[in-house]
Design a protein around this ligand. Structure first.
Ligand SMILES: [Zn+2]
Ligand SMILES: [Zn+2]
Length: 584
């Protein structure tokens, strides 16, 4: 089924819902009802004595299915502002919409199907009865919503529905939602003491707790190793800079809305950094460069601050401080394809480590009609870089889709979308090719003829930000992190006092090898110790009892695979160390 069809189905179902509401609750005022990502909604003002709740939904749904049978054809007609106002004279919401449409000089159209007519721009199924399977949608919840999202307006009742092309797709979606709730990163983050927020620190400013910090630092270690092997150089830059730099970079004034307000200091303005790029450009520019130094790859887990509206903050997914797996690659045009290919290979390397099986790259390109306005006016370089990027994607057999007219101002952009283990989609990172900003910063290198040239710059951040990436990983693993990332890697449980000495010996041996291991030497009963150890979600448990001591072995149990059995102590240590080292 085409994407557009599902849009049409969802939009049509919003009409169908309004028609059911009209029949069951006469006097209700319809307002607006769009299609959304997983279905549709419609906002209503019900008569004052009617209070709709979730338990009314089955009746409404039944009525919708009933109406659907006779919905075989949409008809529409254009009307004048006066005619439209006459028809909707009892509905101040529609009157407001009609006035707006007519002020914009647009046509006012009414769409009718069955016995129901609504003010609408169109975009429906031609024959809803035939095109909409009557078991592939359902009403799922009721919520309050202000008219047009403003607290100053009336509070309306919003009824949400889910809609998919088939019943199977609807069922799969609902299963995924239930699983996603269990794996909600905010819920697990709290249960596992990974991160917290505090009012005195400020909304959207996450505090990483010791357990979460383990994950942050393991990711940085992975990035450092991978980047070192890839020939990157590490740098460190301040968290703020003067106004003049952000003017040069173009962040001011264009990006000002997304930045924290400036602070006045020593007669000038300082801004918290919203992006690392300008700082890295300054490092490139700090010394004279020659072609022999290129490609130069500068990497930093850089801290950025962004102004996000408080209503849009969401756990780790939408925050005001983020630490980005950033790097900028300065290269010549001849080097570009190889550099871009290496960046893609780095992505694939990471996907393998994290078991990401489904991913796609969205290549955003420019629109030649909007050169000099939305896009830097350099048609030759646009063509060249877009061709290079596209060719590399094709050659590397990476799944990608192309979206015209969505490039960044200064070059093509590649958004990387991945799916978690339960099939939910995340946008993790963006890569950009930049052929304009290096020039604004006056970045140059001497080519082999001694002539000054401007380098290209690739912005890349395969692991995105710690915040978003760890939010993704929490859901992806359902909190059961692989051993190299797990805050607690091994729990040792001696059955009784007689087994403490052996337990401590193994504990110390593992600690010496930097393993995050604990031993439970408390007086609690064995059963309780086991239960407690399991709440840690540690990947391995080592149990030591009489039967183990008798044969000079220990019992190994795995979080994911269950009982492994009696093994030699050194064998257990080897196995754990090797899995950590290989990031299994
Ligand atoms: Zn419509
Ligand atoms: Zn950048």
């Amino acid at each position: 089924m085409k994407e557009s069809n599902i849009e049409h189905i969802r939009h049509t179902l919003a009409h169908l819902l309004a028609s059911a509401v009209q029949e069951l609750y006469p006097g209700t005022k319809n307002t607006i009802g769009p299609a959304i990502d997983d279905g549709f909604y419609y906002d209503f003002e019900f008569p004052a004595d009617i209070k709709i709740s979730d338990k009314d939904l089955p009746t409404l749904e039944k009525k919708m299915k009933n109406h659907l049978k006779s919905w075989t054809k949409f008809t529409h007609k254009e009307v004048s502002e006066k005619e439209a106002k006459d028809i909707f004279k009892d509905n101040p919401y529609k009157i407001e919409l009609i006035e707006e449409i007519s002020k914009k000089g647009e046509k006012i159209t009414l769409y009718t199907c069955g016995n129901f007519t609504d003010l609408c721009r169109g975009g429906h199924c031609d024959n809803p009865a035939k095109e909409i399977p009557n078991d592939s949608f359902k009403l799922n919840r009721v919520a309050g919503a202000y008219w047009r999202g403003s607290e100053d307006n009336a509070m309306l009742t919003r009824i949400y529905g889910l809609a998919f092309p088939t019943k199977l797709a609807l069922d799969d979606y609902e299963t995924m939602k239930i699983e996603a709730e269990k794996r909600d990163h905010r819920k697990l983050g709290k249960e596992m003491s990974l991160f917290t927020f505090d009012e005195d620190v400020g909304a959207g400013l996450p505090l990483w707790m010791p357990n979460g910090t383990v994950i942050v630092e393991e990711l940085e270690k992975l990035a450092k190793e991978t980047e070192f092997t890839g020939g990157y150089l590490r740098v460190r830059t301040p968290n703020l800079a003067k106004e003049s730099m952000y003017k040069k970079s173009g962040h001011l004034p264009y990006y000002e809305e997304s930045m924290f307000p400036p602070m006045e200091y020593e007669g000038g303005k300082y801004y918290l950094k919203a992006m690392n790029c300008p700082h890295h450009h300054k490092i490139f520019d700090a010394e004279p460069r020659t072609y022999k130094q290129l490609p130069m790859r500068l990497a930093e887990y850089g801290t950025c601050y962004r102004h996000e509206k408080s209503g849009e903050l969401f756990g780790l997914m939408r925050v005001r401080m983020l630490e980005m797996n950033d790097a900028h690659i300065y290269c010549t045009e001849e080097q570009f394809a190889d550099e871009f290919r290496a960046v893609n290979e780095m992505y694939l390397h990471y996907f393998k480590i994290f078991g990401v099986k489904k991913y796609v790259m969205r290549l955003s390109t420019h629109d030649p009609k909007r050169l000099g306005e939305k896009f830097v006016n350099d048609p030759v370089l646009w063509k060249k870089t877009e061709d290079m990027v596209r060719n590399v994607l094709i050659e590397s057999k990476i799944p990608y889709i192309e979206v015209p007219n969505e490039a960044a101002f200064y070059g093509p952009k590649i958004d990387v979308q991945v799916w978690s283990a339960i099939g939910r989609e995340f946008t993790l990172a963006t890569n950009q090719v930049d052929f304009a900003v290096p020039a604004r910063f006056g970045l140059t290198y001497k080519d082999s003829d001694g002539k000054e040239q401007t380098p290209l710059c690739i912005h890349r951040a395969p692991l995105g930000t710690h915040e978003r990436f760890i939010g993704f990983l929490i859901e992806h693993y359902g909190g059961n992190f692989p051993i190299w990332l797990a805050p607690s890697q091994v729990k040792i449980i001696p059955v009784g006092d007689a087994h403490h000495a052996k337990a401590v010996e193994i504990h110390d041996a593992l600690r010496k090898q930097m393993v995050r291991v604990d031993v439970d030497l408390s007086d609690e009963g064995f059963g309780k110790k086991v239960r407690q150890a399991k709440t840690s979600r540690a990947p391995y448990f080592i149990i030591i009892g009489d039967k183990d001591l008798a044969v000079n072995k220990v019992t190994l149990e795995s979080r994911d695979a269950g009982q492994i059995g009696q093994l030699d102590q050194n064998e257990v240590i080897e196995r754990i160390l090797s899995e950590i080292k290989n990031r299994k």
